[in-house]
Design a protein around this ligand. Structure first.
Ligand SMILES: NC(=O)c1ccc[n+]([C@@H]2O[C@H](COP(=O)([O-])OP(=O)(O)OC[C@H]3O[C@@H](n4cnc5c(N)ncnc54)[C@H](O)[C@@H]3O)[C@@H](O)[C@H]2O)c1
Ligand SMILES: [Zn+2]
Length: 695
């Protein structure tokens, strides 16, 4: 099962759940404005079913369980044959069990199935008299539906005239393709209406609406053909004897749109294994289909099997829906972020209240461009229908406008490039920073010139833009080769400002390594991290020589961050070389480089031991309070002492430990050393061992 059942604790909660489900279903089938997504609805109905199974005598008569459309809709046009729902299976095991029950009913091995997409729209019956479309009827409660003939002419794939002058009923699904849905919401909001939350809701709402100033197209997919009173006898007999696949071929021949012309046509599968193979194929294609499917429908293909299996009151027994996981959930739009891409495209991204769709937690969704936001009439705080299928980036389908509280706020579009602060070119649907590909350069130069980095006075964003636009600088190093005459040639650059800028640049070259490093803008390293790296390594050469292990010795750099810092520094190598060549300082005053790589321990706790020394090669654990000549040393200083004496400091005792210095109050570590037979020393004994270093 994909959805766990809602937990219903008592009769009152049960009654409330029934009310909620019935009103949601009524809204879902008649206007497309249910407050629940399908997953939430299914959860609720499953909870209701569980409670009813435990309390059969208290089942309410209007409960949605076991009814077509949850019993929430009615109709006044009787169906010739009931229009049923479908039973569901959620796994290969459940499907296999279903084929077994089918075999029991037909009295023979299950074979020949028709397998096709389960279209996510609304069931509809289209009556043709002498080849002319006369009436459209919804499924309703299954025995009678509603007349929606006013929609004739707006449903593509349902011709007003069939290829032959026959009298028949075509059954199928009405839906909106992705493009039709976009169009429908655009037209609707342009007329002052509220957008529909998803294509299915849009189809439901559109189909029922009678007096609209505008029409929006939908698409029909036929999946059934049956005789009507008045159907030519020979044809009626034929329809009863044809395999389902043949009925579909005939439907298509008459000019009705079917799945045959899509990427997922109905196919005949001989065995249950073949069916499962096809189920996997369709599931894999789902994300790329231009229309929504919520599963795969499997039908006994042979007329004799269908007859033998028969129908239940809610669903046929010769067909089953193999459900796919829900790809849509309702959640809240919290924020819109604006990111600038490589080429300067400014793309909005939705920040969502985290929601789990098909096993993944979704926190972001693409919004394409500002026009897209306007078109969808999205607002901050909106409940939105989020769609995610396969590996495709999640997207917001639309706001669930009927859930608005009035607290929603408009989405503010940026007036300036969020990265470099330049103007925005809004001429195209996709907004773009006026700096285009140079946006990143402008932003990174302005950052490097900033107060906490190289602190280049007189080099603000506007001046940076000027320099970049004049083609004088293509990277940070170019700043330091600017000539007086080049600067003077720029607009608004007089003698004084030119000289001031040149002086500021000369001063910037002398900034400590930590600021140079910070100016490079390595991701994940801000000011304090840059300082720590610079102090630890002391020179740019030492930083560049460090591998991920060495980088991790800098406080605050973990196993995750280290490799990306090393990789990014490697990418910056040409720029660093160039900066060095133009005379930018690459050392940190007062810091000394660490001992060469390779001498370090691998357990991450200890620093590099010195060569030789009284503790050479020994792992030493210090525990308890130090006394005597070592009394004033902190644990860190003790560890430094161990390392200076050639040892390796560690904080845990193991068989590899060579010595445990146990001071006053040493507890478990001392006990462990005794237990393992590790040599113990008092602080005084240890002081004697390293006496040469204590002077
Ligand atoms: N969100 C809500 O508030 C809400 C309310 C009620 C129902 N629902 C959803 O509706 C679904 C159950 O309702 P249902 O009975 O209308 O539909 P169903 O999903 O149980 O399936 C039956 C329907 O599948 C359709 N279908 C699509 N492709 C078909 C094909 N190739 N061959 C035959 N039939 C095909 C037919 O219209 C048929 O009536 C559930 O997924 C539920 O989540 C949601
Ligand atoms: Zn920009």
């Amino acid at each position: 099962m994909t959805t766990p059942a809602a937990v219903i604790v008592d009769a009152a909660a049960y009654a409330r759940a029934v009310e909620d489900a019935v009103s949601a279903a009524a809204a879902y089938y008649t206007g497309g404005t249910s407050p629940l997504d399908d997953d939430a609805y299914d959860r609720l109905v499953r909870g209701i079913a569980d409670w009813e199974a435990a309390h059969p005598e208290r089942t309410l008569p209007h409960s949605p369980t076991g009814k077509v459309a949850g019993g929430a809709v009615e109709g006044d046009v009787p169906h010739t044959e009931p229009m049923l729902s479908l039973d569901n299976v959620f796994s290969a095991e459940e499907f296999t069990a279903w084929t077994a029950s089918l075999s029991r009913r037909t009295g023979r091995d299950a074979r020949r199935f028709s397998v096709g997409p389960k279209l996510d729209g609304l069931a509809m019956a289209a009556r043709y008299v002498d080849g002319r479309l006369t009436r459209l009827i919804t499924r309703g409660d299954g025995t009678a539906g509603e007349d929606v003939s006013h929609a004739i002419g707006t449903v593509e794939g349902l011709p007003e005239k069939l290829g032959e002058p026959v009298t028949v009923e075509v059954r199928g699904e009405v839906l909106m393709t992705a493009a039709q849905f976009e169009h429908a919401n655009e037209v609707r909001t342009a007329h002052g209406g509220q957008p529909f939350a998803n294509p299915r809701n849009a189809a439901a709402g559109t189909l029922r609406a009678k007096e609209r100033l505008y029409t929006v197209p939908m698409t029909f997919f036929g999946y059934g053909l049956l005789p009507l009173p008045g159907t030519d006898g020979a044809l009626a007999e034929r329809l009863n004897e044809l395999a389902y696949s043949e009925v579909m071929a005939l439907t298509a021949d008459l000019g009705v749109h079917t799945s045959a012309r899509t990427a997922v046509p109905d196919v005949v599968a001989e065995t249950p294994e073949d069916v499962l193979e096809r189920v996997r194929e369709i599931a894999a294609l789902r994300a790329d289909l231009p229309f929504g499917i919520d599963g795969i429908v499997v039908k006994a293909d042979l007329a004799a099997d269908r007859r033998a299996a028969g129908n239940g009151s809610r669903a046929p027994r010769w067909a089953v829906a193999y459900k796919l996981p829900a790809v849509e959930k309702i959640t809240r739009l919290l924020e819109v972020e604006w990111n600038v891409g490589r080429t300067g495209i400014i793309a909005p991204r939705a920040v969502l209240e985290p929601v789990v769709i098909d096993g993944s937690t979704i926190t972001y969704a693409t919004l394409h461009n500002p026009a897209d936001i306007t078109r969808r009439d999205l607002r901050l705080g909106d409940q939105v229908m989020v769609h995610r299928a396969g590996d495709v980036i999640p997207r917001i389908e639309a706001p669930v406008a009927h859930l608005r509280t009035g607290e929603e706020r408009p989405i503010v579009f940026p007036a300036q490039c969020p990265r470099c602060g330049s103007d925005i070119d809004t001429g195209e649907e996709r907004w773009r920073c006026a700096q285009g590909r140079n946006c990143h350069l402008v932003a990174s130069l302005a950052y490097a010139a900033g107060r906490d980095q190289l602190d280049i006075e007189g080099l603000g964003a506007t001046r940076v833009v000027q320099l970049v636009e004049a083609g004088l600088v293509a990277d940070l190093a170019d700043l330091f080769t600017l000539r007086r005459d080049q600067l003077l040639a720029l607009e608004r650059m007089g003698e004084t400002s030119t000289d001031n800028l040149l002086a500021a640049l000369a001063k910037a070259k002398e900034q400590p390594l930590s600021r140079v490093l910070c100016a490079l803008g390595v991701r994940g390293t801000g000011r304090s991290m840059s300082r720590r790296i610079a102090r630890y390594f002391a020179t740019m050469d030492a930083i560049r020589a460090a591998d991920a292990d060495a980088m991790q010795r800098v406080e605050g750099i973990g196993a995750e961050k280290a490799p990306s810092i090393v990789a990014e520094l490697a990418e910056l190598a040409p720029l660093i070389d160039k900066l060095t060549a133009v005379g930018v300082n690459m050392t940190e005053p007062g810091a000394t480089p660490p001992p060469p790589a390779g001498a370090a321990s691998t357990d991450g706790e200890a620093a590099a031991p010195a060569e030789g020394g009284p503790l050479a090669g020994m792992t030493v654990v210090v525990t308890g309070a130090m006394t005597g000549s070592l009394e004033k040393l902190s644990r860190n200083e003790m560890n430094e002492l161990v390392e200076r004496a050639g040892g390796r400091s560690s904080s845990s005792v193991s068989k590899k430990t060579g010595l445990v210095v146990a001071g006053e109050g040493a507890g478990s570590k001392r006990a462990k050393a005794e237990q393992l037979g590790v040599r113990l020393a008092t602080p005084e004994e240890f002081a004697t061992m390293v006496a040469a270093l204590l002077g």
